[in-house]
Design a protein around this ligand. Sequence first.
Ligand SMILES: [Zn+2]
Length: 256
Amino acid sequence: MLRAFCLLALLAFALPPTARAEAIGGYAAGCQTHAQPLPATGTGFKRVRAEKKRYYGQPQLIDYLQTLGRKAQQAGLPPMLVADIAKKHGGPFAYGHRSHQTGLDADIWLRPGNGPLPSRSKDMVNHKLYILNRHFGDDQRQLIALAAQDERVSRIFVHPLIKQAMCKTYGDAPWLGRLRPWFGHSSHFHVRLHCPPGSGSCEPQAAVPPGTGCGNELASWINDKSGALKAGPRQPWRPTLPAACTPLLNLQEPDS
Ligand SMILES: [Zn+2]
C-alpha cells in the first residue's frame, strides 16, 4: 500500500509541469495550471459575481474554501460569499486587483450570504467617522477567525479597523499575525495561501512579521489614513510574467 502510494507520488512529480496543478510565479505576476472551479454553492458558502468567471483556484485553495464553509456552518454562521479567485489559467485581470494571478488568492465578502444572492458587497466601515458600522459584528469576527486559523494561510488582508476589532476580541491569539491591515478591504477580506508543497515554480511572499501585529504596527495604520483616501480607478496592471505563463495565457479562457 505504502509502496503504491510512493510510486504514485513519484509519478506525480515526474510528470511535466503542465500535467498537474501548479501555481507559477508570484501572486501579482503569475499564472496557474489545472485550476479547479469553486462550485456555485456548497456547505456554508455561495459564489458571487460568477459571470466574471474568476472562480478558478489551485486545488489547495478550493479545498480551503470548502473546509472554511463547513466550519462556518458548524459554527452556526450564515453562508459566506466567495467573490474573485482567479481566471482559469490565472494571470492579470483586465481590471481590478493586481494579485489573484496564481489561484492562491480569494476574496470573501463580509456581508452575510443568507437570502437571495446579492450583486454588491457591503461596506463595514463608516469612513467619515472612521469607525466600524453596524454591519460588522460577531458573525464577521468569527468568520475571519476561522479563516485565519488554517495553517495553509500566508496572510489575510483586512481593513485596519477590522484588524483592530479582531485584536480587541482575540487578544494574543497566534493567528492574529496573519491578519494584515490594508486599505480597500472594508467590505471583503482577502485570503492568500502559502505556495502549496511541490509547486516549485511558485514564488512565496516574505513571511509575516512575528507577533500578533496588534501593537505599534496597527497603530501606525490607524493613525495614518492617507492611504484610505487614495481610491479611484487604477491603471491596468501588466506585469512581466514568467515565461512558462505565455503558452498558458494564450489558451482560451472559458466563455465570458
Ligand atoms: Zn482580493
